[in-house]
Write a protein that binds this ligand. Sequence first.
Ligand code: NAD
Length: 271
Amino acid sequence: MTRVVVLGAAGRMGRMLVQAVHAMEGAQLVAAVVRPGSSLLGADIGEICGLGKIGVAATGTLGESADFDVIIDFTTPASTMDALAFCAEHNKAAVIGTTGFDKSQLAEIKHHASAIPLVYAENYSTGVNLSLNLLATAARALGDAGFNIEITEAHHRHKVDAPSGTALMMGRAVADALGRDLEHCGVFSRVGQCGPRSDDEIGFSVIRGGDIVGEHTVTFAAEGERIEITHKASSRMTFANGAVRAALWAAAQSPGYYDMQDMLGLKTAAK
Ligand code: NAD
């Protein structure tokens, strides 16, 4: 049995993760961490997540948790960095779903992965991870043949970072396939007299509203035709199930930096 701790357990994703761990064969929820100072501290996390009592009380820090094998963290960048430092110090595996890290935090995440098995994915859905391969194939065939590439994403009104981690992941898949650097060819704002687009740029557009779980479209537009590759998530449970599968997988790996493509065995196929 793999002993799992969910961090951010009272959040939108956290509640789904508690349910997913509870339902997954081979996984045991041993602790649930909520924001320090939360009014939910001490409450049975099952009751918070609609499962009824499961005998796991919400705690405010990872240090208070029962012994565990792996964390699943969907919180905030600052909170994730603290949790990773704890895991690196105590030799525990980590599955990170938080998005919106800056460059130095991303470098620190990779540094921690030299000590522990660490899975970081900006999207834990199988469909999105498969679509990265489809995008790379389409980009190689079309990107230098007169097709302009644009990425559109839509999320609920509470999302705090933009563009989404998934949109950036899709942008990197396309840019890498074409030998371009997203740092240079990514265009994240167009306003006023910005002039015509260049052939090589990859543009990003963002929609925020209502309860949209997550939608991404990559458009390959040429004179006279266009191809669109779209993924629509309709339930957060798709991310939660993927992350719990990744946690069971991570707990059995050697230290290293992994993503969902590694876990799903899609990496070789993408090359
Ligand atoms: P949310 O705001 O509903 O949940 C975050 C939770 O973390 C909150 O309940 C907050 O109280 C808690 N928190 C903050 N600091 C904490 C701390 N120090 N310890 C424990 N808990 C703490 O947000 P959400 O919609 O659940 O998203 C969370 C993150 O996951 C975001 O970065 C989002 O972009 C990302 N996300 C990733 C995927 C993916 O597949 N990788 C999918 C959905 C969301």
